[in-house]
Design a protein. Structure first.
Length: 243
């Protein structure tokens, strides 16, 4: 088995609650479903089924103003404990008080869903276990859009700084990468939606960004990867393409 250096991890982000702001990490365990604790909580509409049942910042941009972080990462715990900070600085737990706080943003009745820590399911993550973006793609899109980009718009789990001359995401698809103690299968591109139009701080929309991603990049930005071997990763570790 040959290993080809493609870059290093320069950012790790976890989003314990779907569509809330998340937390930046120096190190994290890769579990069978993705980053440990990622999207393990969500708000949903019981009158709908499947992916359409989730409440997200696409419809309620204010969700992005609430910051969630895990305060208990014991893998033996049924549900990792999470702490939420509102835009006003008020703190919440995953309980009825938080539900009442978020319910004020929608006329539709909300319910809360928790996923067990040891569940093999993808929880409330998107179409793949782990979302990866690169500094090279960010720079390319900045040039296309003509404006500076905040990587947080793309809600990736891992940011990779690619080595000069190394293969990019297109060449990773269908192959495995290894980093730290983990191995990931890069499965497909991420098809972007209106979430990227929201500024992560001001929550202002700019639809021109999604239009550029559509016309210039066929809506593809970042790649989804599934977990083939669990393990720990950390910022600064080298990433290798296998095979």
């Amino acid at each position: 088995m040959t290993l080809t250096l493609i870059g290093e991890i320069t950012g790790i982000s976890r989003y314990p609650i779907k569509s809330f702001a998340g937390e930046d990490l120096d190190t994290c365990k890769i579990d069978s479903y993705g980053l440990m604790g990622d999207r393990c909580y969500a708000f949903y509409d019981e009158t709908k089924e499947g992916w359409d049942s989730f409440f997200t910042a696409r419809e309620i941009p204010a969700m992005l103003a609430y910051k969630a972080k895990l305060v208990d990462e014991r893998t033996s715990a049924e549900h990792p404990l999470v702490e939420i900070t509102s835009p006003e600085g008020q703190t919440f737990s995953w309980n009825e008080e938080l539900l009442a706080e978020i319910q004020k943003y929608s006329k539709k009745k909300m319910r809360m869903r928790s996923y067990q820590a040891q569940s093999p399911d993808l929880k409330a993550v998107d179409e793949g276990s782990i979302l990866i973006i690169t500094d090279r793609s960010l720079q390319k899109l900045e040039a296309i859009w003509g404006k500076q980009l905040d990587a947080r718009r793309f809600r990736a789990n891992i940011l990779i700084t690619v080595e000069e001359g190394a293969f990019g995401e297109k060449e990773w698809i269908g192959r495995r990468i290894t980093v730290g103690g983990a191995e990931l299968q890069v499965d497909k591109y991420c098809d972007r939606c209106s979430m990227v139009t929201l500024d992560p701080d001001s929550l202002a929309r700019d639809a021109s960004l999604l239009k550029k991603i559509n016309t210039e990049m066929n809506l593809n930005f970042g790649v989804y990867a599934s977990v083939k071997k669990t393990g720990d990763i950390e910022v600064g570790e080298k990433v290798f393409l296998m095979g």
